[in-house]
Structures are given as C-alpha cells and as structure tokens.
Design a protein around this ligand. Structure first.
Ligand SMILES: Nc1ncnc2c1ncn2[C@@H]1O[C@H](COP(=O)(O)OP(=O)(O)OP(=O)(O)O)[C@@H](O)[C@H]1O
Ligand SMILES: [Mg+2]
Length: 350
C-alpha cells in the first residue's frame, strides 16, 4: 500500500545531485538530463542572473566589476541561499521543459542527495530552498547511499560494501549492508581543498598567485596521489600574478610539486577510509577484505588515489565507471525502482 503510494508519488519526478562543484538532474525514464557546474553569475545590485552552469563557470574570476560569478555551495551545503535558490530554479525549469506540457504545470517531486554529515538545520535549508525554487514534495537521501546505488553496489544484500565518494567539497566514506549505513565518515575535504593546497604551494614555491581554475587544471592534468615515474619531467606552465611586483608571470610547475601539495588533503581522505574500516564490525570487515572499496565522485579520478588507498588499507580498491554521475544515477535508480529500493529509502530518505 505504502509502496504503491510511493510509486505514484515518483512518477515523472526528478532526482538532483546538488553538489558543491556540479549539479546534476535525473529525470525518471529519461536519465541524466542536465549536468552543469554549480556556478551562478549575477549583476551586482540588481541581482539579475547573467548565466548559470558552464557559462557562469567560464566567467569565474574573469567578470567585469558589475558582474559576479559565485559558487553558492560550500562543503556540500548551501553557503548562499538566494543564489542556490536561483540556481535550483534555473535547473528545475530547464528539466521541466523536457516534460509533456500537461506535466509542466505540476511542481515536480524531487529526491535530493545531500552529504550524510549535514546538520538538521542544513537539511531544512536544502528543503526550504528547493521549495522556493519550485519543487513539489521534497525528499532527501544521503549522498553515499545514492552514490553506492548509482555505481551498482549490492547495498540491500546482507554483506558489507564500502563507498568513498570524493566530491568538490566533501568526501563521504560509508559502509552499507542490508540497505542501511553501518558506519560512515563525512569529511569537509574534497577537490576544492586540493585546489586551495595547490594555490598555496605555487605561491610558496614560485611567488606566483594563481586562481582556483588554474589550480584545478594543474590537479587534473598533472596531479597525483602516488609518486609517478619521471614526475620531475612531467610539468605544466602555470600563469598568474607575481606576488612582489604584481605583474603577470608564467612558471613551470612539476608533477612532483603538485603531488606534494596534495599530500595533506589526500592523507585526510586516506585516514577517514582507514578509520571507517576500523569501526566496522568484524563480519563486515571480512566482507570488505573480499569485496574491496569502490571510489566515486570527481575527486576519485586523481591519479594514483586508488593505489594509495589500497596500500594504506590493504584492501582492493576499484574506480567507478562513471564517477561524476554516480550520485545522480543513484537517485534515478531509486526513483525508477521504488519497490526494490523501498528498504533503502525507508532507511535513508526523509
Ligand atoms: N581527473 C580529475 N582528477 C582529480 N580531480 C578531478 C578530476 N576531474 C574532476 N575532478 C574534481 O572533482 C570535483 C568534482 O567532483 P563532483 O562533481 O563529484 O563533486 P560534487 O558532487 O559537486 O561535490 P560534493 O559532493 O562535495 O558536494 C572537482 O573538485 C574537480 O576538480
Ligand atoms: Mg557529490
């Protein structure tokens, strides 16, 4: 009865991965219909929206004085309510346009993935913001649960599975069994922290101030969590502003420098995985020895992170096939298959 009600509830509805770096929308029966950076550009004063998503991200740090491009989410939670609301409204409207006209009149019901470590006040803020942005009934699901479902881990089986989802603002480590979270660790460390560590290292080593986009490029192009062969020969040219003379300057930055800069945040992630494993009941720890750890989220694509985690834990580590889409795909599977996922939802959705 309840399941039928839930199934009706979710017909033609949407799942949202409201991420610090990227916002994805999954529409039932259609799949991921939207995937954009969580960035909004607005005119200062009038608050008129100039761009949302990729167009706005390209403006970050490059806008004229009267326009401001901002990332309204930090550490997985809302840092600026008005701008998050404007962004969500934009994405919900864009998704609604893909529905047949008769369904556009109804506010869509949404399932939103949120970090498992957020407070009840922060949860409320997500619900209120989504409500103001045009959502109908709003359900929240823990991001690591959605991620685990999205990468196809057998979360409802009576066996332990570990997911580590490394996003822009958060790292979620969770062990799941029988559709519930057995133990978890939610860290406010992710890709943004790595980018900040790179900015600091380039400033320290070269007296060069670089922006977060340059730092992200360095991380993606030559960054690693594990020493690579010839890492002194692998390099990238970074451009920025010389700190003393304040003039534009370009320097050669090596892969070794970036790996060393990333060591702090990487170490924090490895420690969180280790401590989550240590807190597992023996039976589950045994399952994990066989089944290993699954990595997802954009940060999991950092070169050598799988090897680093594997060496530190002694467990096999696997990379998700589609790490950036894991959470959104998970919300989609839950929307699509309410019956099978009902147990997971009853435990993780509120
Ligand atoms: N090849 C790569 N190597 C390292 N990091 C990467 C790579 N590709 C993307 N990233 C990083 O992944 C992060 C974005 O991942 P993702 O979209 O999963 O985050 P999010 O879900 O928006 O954030 P959160 O879950 O923390 O709210 C960014 O910090 C980005 O720089
Ligand atoms: Mg995420």
């Amino acid at each position: 009865m309840l399941l039928q009600k839930m199934a009706r509830f979710f017909s033609s509805d949407i799942g949202i991965d409201l991420g610090t770096a990227n916002c994805l929308v999954y529409m039932k029966d259609k799949g991921i219909v939207l995937s954009e950076p969580s960035v909004v550009a607005r005119v200062e004063g009038t608050k008129e929206i100039v761009a949302v998503g990729l167009k706005a991200k390209e403006m970050l740090g490059r806008t004229p004085r009267n326009i401001k491009a901002v990332r309204p989410m930090k550490y997985g939670v809302i840092a600026d309510y008005d701008i998050t609301e404007a962004m969500l409204r934009h994405f919900i409207h864009a998704a609604k346009k893909m529905l047949p006209p008769r369904k556009r009149l109804i506010r869509p019901r949404v399932l939103i993935a949120v970090p498992s470590g957020i407070t009840s006040v922060e949860r409320r803020a997500v619900q209120d913001t989504a409500d103001r942005a045009g959502a109908g009934d709003i359900f929240l699901i823990d991001e690591p649960v959605a991620s685990a479902v999205g990468v196809g881990l057998p979360v409802s089986d009576p066996t332990g599975s570990m997911i580590v989802d490394i996003g822009g603002g958060t790292t979620e480590v969770a062990v799941l069994s029988l559709s519930g979270i057995v133990t978890k660790h939610s860290l406010r460390i992710g890709g943004d922290e790595m980018d900040a560590a790179i900015c600091q290292a380039v400033k320290r080593n070269h007296n060069l101030g670089i922006g977060p986009r340059m730092a992200e490029d360095l991380k993606v192009e030559i960054g690693s969590a594990y020493p690579q062969d010839n890492e002194d020969q692998i390099f990238m040219i970074a451009s920025g502003r010389e700190q003393i003379s304040n003039t534009p300057k370009k320097v050669k930055v090596t892969a070794r420098e970036i790996r060393e800069a990333l060591d702090g945040p990487v170490r924090n992630i490895v420690e969180a995985v280790n401590s989550t494993f240590e807190h597992c009941p023996e039976e589950i720890a045994g399952d994990l020895l066989d089944r290993g750890i699954m990595l997802a989220g954009g940060g999991s694509m950092l070169r050598g992170l799988d090897r680093r985690i594997s060496e530190a834990t002694g467990l096999p580590v696997f990379l998700a096939d589609d790490p950036l889409n894991a959470v959104a795909n998970g919300t989609g599977i839950i929307l699509q298959d309410v019956d099978r996922m009902a147990k997971a939802m009853a435990l993780a959705v509120e």
